[in-house]
Design a protein around this ligand. Structure first.
Ligand code: ADP
Length: 720
């Protein structure tokens, strides 16, 4: 009897489509296939197979079973789970999962090999070539280099037939990691944490540990020990290490390579398509055993995933806000459960969600309370900007400037932290008062002096800075208000003309290689003052860095969303935690207009637990996460009247469920983006409610017109 294959396509469709399996194709669940959809042929994945009962209408047949690796069952289950959780079409996470499978293959390379025919004339140069050609095939250029001869010699040997040329598939070799390579000698508290992790791994199955250790306590060393245990216990086991920023991957890749004598695979948006394809196939066939990557690495087709590490687990960059909306930390725990794998969440400032899970015993709580090698945490001092403000048009206050001078005089390094890209965050016309925005968008343009342009960080729109105000036409009336990293850099240069000053932000550091270059230059002492956004504030160890200056400690608090205090605390603790080593104590200075704020007081007292306790109490009172659940709905459309009538109808359609409250619709704070008007709902639910199911039921009751988009965000981090 013939069979029917359900095929999921990597696109926003509500479900898998049925196709007939042609006789003899021998499909299995997880196979990649090519199927017809309208006039097109598309790549999809078989999610189910069933016997065809007679009498159904005829189905189109599967066109072809692709030679590419099959998606393992765990990956398929994870994709379906993720879609249900995020209340989105399963084709969306499938599209992420197939990104590597759909990338172009690397082109075959030309290689030369010995033909077995001796050259007509033997010379010492020629013998060198023949010797170098024994072993793995090389390209003509590499062979010439290996033998130390000119390309002419190789060409002559090819012409004579002593060497033959063929095309070779560029196959990915991922050297097998060697878990028996010696790691660092662990200090007693690291050894205790590593032993607890290994005991957890020995139990087998799904378990989560929170590795809660101050900056520089050696969390990386500890989780690499756990990785070694996993790799040693099972010769096919795979390990995934997730990091929030591309800038951090380079350092961790280097440490993994040192620890296991083999470089891991790298996975993030900067990895070129052919390399992505190689990693994807190597992961799907079990040839690659360690992956270090950004959040989308979670969707790779692991065959035997045994350990997932989420480093800097508190970091908001793990939240994907566009397209398929998900939080990689939460999905990592879910994937661990599906794969029966262990999960390690590491941070110096864990999220309140993970804290709560550790407190209630759902996660094992492993603490590292001291920095390795007796390095002490820096002294933290608040600078009250009301008492010692910077000069007009300046951003660094006298006490910070003094400390920078002392640090520079001792030949040590300063990190100035400001989480604002560009030169100035606001551009105003002093004639008419207009604030310059991107077209049809509520978000202001930011001046960038490096590029000489005004840039919208939300939409990517940019334009040269105009000579006259686009609104009133007044000449030379545009003024730049407030500081960005470029402006602080300018000030640091003018204060310390001899110092070597550099900027680290996503505008100056556009790819992983540039990030590594700058981080190495800093670690090497080639930079005296580094002005950085959050991109450089975390995870790095700079031996001569003894002063961390936070230019605007209040910046994160102004957003006023649910996590403003938590995020500010985490960011500032990371930024200030960078300074100082065992032989050189560090200090951190925080410029603030609100030194009495609970966040500033907790930072100055270095009392994280008190801060967390206070913040938890507030959240509990309000029933907010981690004590309740939240979801947001963002509805957008071009026509305000149509949008308003749709959201009113949507409000009416909200199911009435105990323990769930729906707020809205309200105008989104960013009410207009690229001409689309935006409205929001916020849903709060008790922890016992299956919020994804509630949202799916609500979504099913409304039929948005084609011009209206409805996006659901489970556990929102952005409230704009
Ligand atoms: P964390 O991830 O907790 O911030 P790291 O693992 O990056 O800390 O360690 C901080 C620094 O201390 C690194 O330079 C690391 O190489 C070093 N270090 C940590 N533990 C040890 C150890 N047991 N032996 C030698 N060096 C260590």
């Amino acid at each position: 009897m013939s069979r029917i294959a359900s095929v999921l396509l990597p696109m926003p469709l509500p479900e898998a489509f049925d196709y007939a399996e042609p006789d003899g194709m021998g499909l299995e669940v997880g196979d990649q296939v090519s199927v017809p959809l309208g006039p097109r042929r598309l790549r999809g994945v078989v999610t189910a197979l069933r016997e065809a009962l007679g009498g159904n209408r005829p189905l189109k047949p599967v066109a072809e079973r692709l030679e590419d690796p099959r998606l393992p069952p765990g990956t398929l289950e994870f994709i379906q789970w993720a879609a249900r959780y995020a209340v989105d079409e399963p084709g969306q996470p499938l599209a992420i999962a197939l990104r590597g499978a759909r990338a172009p293959k690397a082109r075959p390379v030309r290689v030369v090999e010995l033909s077995g025919i001796a050259p007509a004339r033997a010379t010492p140069t020629r013998s060198r070539v023949l010797e170098a050609a024994i072993g793995a095939p090389l390209s003509p250029a590499d062979l010439a280099r290996a033998a130390g001869v000119s390309s002419g010699v190789i060409k002559a040997l090819i012409d004579e037939g002593a060497l033959t040329v063929r095309l070779m598939e560029a196959e990915a070799r991922f050297d097998d990691p060697d878990p028996s390579c010696p790691g660092a000698a662990l200090n007693p508290s690291q050894a205790a944490a590593a032993a607890a992790l290994k005991a957890m791994l020995a139990e087998g199955g799904f378990n989560v540990a929170l590795l809660d250790g101050v900056t520089g306590s050696g969390k990386t060393e500890v989780y690499l020990e756990a990785a070694a245990a996993v790799l040693a216990a099972d010769a096919t086991a795979q390990v995934l290490i997730l990091l929030p920023e591309i800038a951090l991957t380079q350092a961790v890749i280097a440490r993994v390579a040192t620890r296991f004598g083999a470089a891991p695979a790298e996975w993030h948006s900067d990895v070129a398509p052919p390399a992505r394809r190689r990693v994807w196939e190597a992961v799907a066939t079990g040839r690659c055993r360690i992956v270090v990557g950004a959040r989308s690495a979670l969707f790779l087709p692991f065959t035997n995933l045994a350990l997932i590490v989420v480093d800097e687990e508190h970091d908001a960059s793990f939240k994907q806000e566009e397209g398929f909306i998900y939080h990689a930390r939460d999905l990592a725990v879910a994937r661990g459960k599906i794969e029966d794998a262990a999960v390690v969440l590491a941070s110096a400032t864990p999220s309140l969600e993970s804290f709560r899970n550790a407190e209630t015993g759902r996660y094992r709580w492993l603490r590292l309370t001291t920095r390795h090698g007796a390095a002490t945490l820096p002294d933290i001092t608040l600078i009250d900007l009301r008492e010692t403000p910077p000069d007009a048009g300046r951003w660094l206050s006298p006490p910070l400037v003094k400390a920078m001078g002392e640090t520079f005089a001792r030949g040590e390094q300063t990190l100035l932290f400001l989480n604002r890209r560009g030169y100035a965050p606001l551009v105003l016309c002093k004639a008419c008062g207009e604030r310059l925005c991107a077209p049809d968008t509520d978000s202001g343009l930011v001046e960038h002096r490096y590029s000489g342009r005004l840039v919208c960080h939300l939409t990517g729109f940019s334009m040269p800075k105009p000579k006259a105000c686009p609104h009133c036409g007044a000449h030379d009336s545009l003024v730049s208000i407030g500081p960005g990293v470029e402006r602080v850099e300018e000030e640091a240069r003018s204060l310390f003309p001899q110092a070597r000053v550099a900027v680290f932000s996503s505008d100056t550091v556009y790819d992983a290689r540039e990030a590594r270059r700058l981080i190495e230059a800093m670690a090497d002492g080639q930079i005296d003052i580094l002005v950085a956004t959050q991109a450089a504030a975390k995870g790095h160890n700079f031996p001569s860095l003894t002063l961390a200056g936070v230019v605007d400690a209040d910046l994160g608090l102004r957003g006023g969303d649910l996590r403003a205090a938590e995020r500010t605390y985490q960011l500032l603790a990371q930024a200030t935690g960078r300074a100082g080593r065992k032989d050189r104590p560090g200090r951190a200075l925080l410029q603030t207009w609100a030194p009495e704020h609970a966040v500033m007081q907790a930072l100055a007292a270095q009392d994280r637990d008190a801060f967390v306790a206070a913040e938890m109490a507030e959240r509990e009172l309000a029933g907010m996460p981690p004590f309740g659940r939240l979801a947001a709905v963002i509805v957008s459309g071009l026509d305000p009247v149509q949008l308003e009538s749709f959201v009113q109808g949507m409000a009416q359609a909200a199911p009435n469920t105990p323990g769930v409250a729906v707020y809205g619709p309200a105008d989104a704070p960013l009410g207009l983006i690229r001409g689309r008007r935006r409205k929001r709902f916020l849903v709060r639910a008790d922890r016992t409610v299956d919020l994804s199911a509630y949202m799916a039921a609500w979504r099913a009751r409304v039929k948005p017109p084609a011009a209206i988009r409805v996006a659901i965000d489970i556990d929102p981090y952005s409230f704009l």
